[in-house]
Design a protein. Structure first.
Length: 208
């Protein structure tokens, strides 16, 4: 399995980065970069080689749906002070929407099935598993001020995902039962699926 994470950010400002790794005896980072097109090209290479791909984005990929009007924009269960609706969370959400759409449109291949549920992906043994990375500044060890720190965030997320694989069925660090899936909407918009249930399916969140 090829494991990717895209650290979303302004492409014009050089704040987008990505990393690719593999889980063998230990986690190995094999590729990394700062160009979104290079990420898409590398994923396409893995698809052509018949490898299953796990692709994460470091931005909120689903929103909570609440009945209580006072809770509509409150943080998701597990965010612990890093709310999706404020500060860096809100900014990365907006940038991530555009970049996720572009990547999914570019890498779409006939015969490749997308998954948001780990058990189904693991059983299939092939396809594209999509997940959300949540790397805090404390975990990264420094502020995100340049391209190198964004690559570091992507590497942290790849390594953490790889370590979680043996217990992935209980891995999600953000738990919301009723959601609106931005990732599901992106899959519908880019032609990966026509299943409307994706709009209410949360993805796995790996938090560092």
């Amino acid at each position: 399995m090829a494991i990717y994470c895209a650290d979303v950010g302004s492409i014009q400002a050089g704040n987008f980065a990505w990393a690719r790794g593999e889980r063998r005896a230990r986690v190995k980072i094999t590729h990394k970069g700062e160009h979104i097109a290079a990420l898409a090209e590398r994923i396409a290479f893995d698809f052509n080689a018949g490898r299953p791909v796990a692709l994460g984005f470091e931005c909120p990929l689903f929103l909570p749906v609440r009945d209580d009007p006072d809770m509509v924009t409150c943080q998701r269960d597990g965010e612990a002070g890093y709310a999706w609706s404020a500060g860096p969370g809100a900014q990365s959400l907006v940038l991530g929407l555009a970049e996720t759409i572009w990547i999914l449109r570019t890498i779409r291949r006939s015969g490749i099935r997308p998954f948001l549920v780990w058990e189904a992906f693991n059983t299939a043994g092939r396809g594209l598993f999509l997940w959300e990375a949540f790397v805090t500044s404390r975990a990264a060890g420094r502020l995100q001020t340049n391209g190198r720190s964004h690559i570091k965030d992507a590497e942290i997320a790849v390594r953490l995902f790889a370590r979680r694989v043996p217990r992935m069925t209980a891995a999600s660090d953000i738990r919301e039962e009723v959601v609106y899936s931005l990732l599901g909407a992106a899959l519908l918009r880019t032609g990966w699926s026509k299943d409307l249930k994706l709009l209410e399916t949360p993805c796995v969140v790996i938090k560092a």
